[in-house]
Design a protein. Structure first.
Length: 211
């Protein structure tokens, strides 16, 4: 990675699991695919996940901030979101250029979203307006088996309080094949996600710099 100096755009990446999309961003930062870009912090709502090991191996600081203690104490998700935003901001050197949700399995409230005026983008494994929310790949595959759809896809979009309904930055269709199993479909989708999330971050940052 060669990015350095005052013109570097810093991003914060949120994860919940294996972190393969995080790895795509780690590999792309500071290269022609994501020039002058550096991941400043990786945040997870789950401890012990492989994505945290990916960040640590790349020398990127991490923050684990779990929801369970809030549930156990009878506190609300909004309480969690407010404290999460404050905890993230306390770890940053300044305003990030972008917040990226890369497999972050938590629906963020308006309180969290408003805490990051830089903007938040999300990678979602479905086409715009189709299969919003959780288990999108499984639901698309079930719909295919029932003859209701013949394609699915992925998108990167701006995050708003309505789940997976923000303005689309990039999307890509993924065909559903007669030979597909859920596992082969997931494999093809994840392969395309690794490319689209990098492109989505690049386009989002470029559009912000023009505004």
């Amino acid at each position: 990675m060669s990015s350095s100096g005052a013109n570097v755009r810093t991003i914060v990446v949120f994860i919940s699991g294996f972190g393969s999309n995080l790895q795509a961003l780690i590999d792309a930062q500071g290269t022609p695919r994501l020039p002058n870009t550096r991941i400043e912090l990786v945040v997870s709502n789950r401890s012990g996940v492989h994505g945290l090991k990916r960040a640590e191996s790349a020398g990127i600081p991490t923050l684990v901030f779990a929801l369970k203690p809030y549930r156990d104490a009878g506190r609300s998700r909004v309480d969690y979101d407010r404290d999460l935003a404050a905890a993230v901001r306390a770890r940053l050197q300044g305003e990030p250029a972008l917040v990226v949700l890369a497999g972050f399995m938590h629906i963020l409230s308006a309180d969290f979203i408003s805490a990051f005026p830089c903007g938040i983008i999300n990678l979602h494994p479905a086409l715009p307006g189709a299969f919003d929310g959780a288990h999108a790949i499984e639901r698309a595959f079930a719909a295919f088996q029932e003859g209701r759809v013949d394609r699915t896809g992925i998108m990167v979009h701006w995050v708003i309080p309505e789940v997976d309904r923000g303005e689309v930055i990039l999307s890509k269709e993924v065909p559903l094949l007669p030979s597909d199993t859920l596992e082969t479909l997931e494999e093809r989708i994840h392969k395309d996600e690794h490319q689209l999330i990098v492109e989505g971050v690049r386009v989002a940052l470029e559009n912000k710099s023009v505004v």
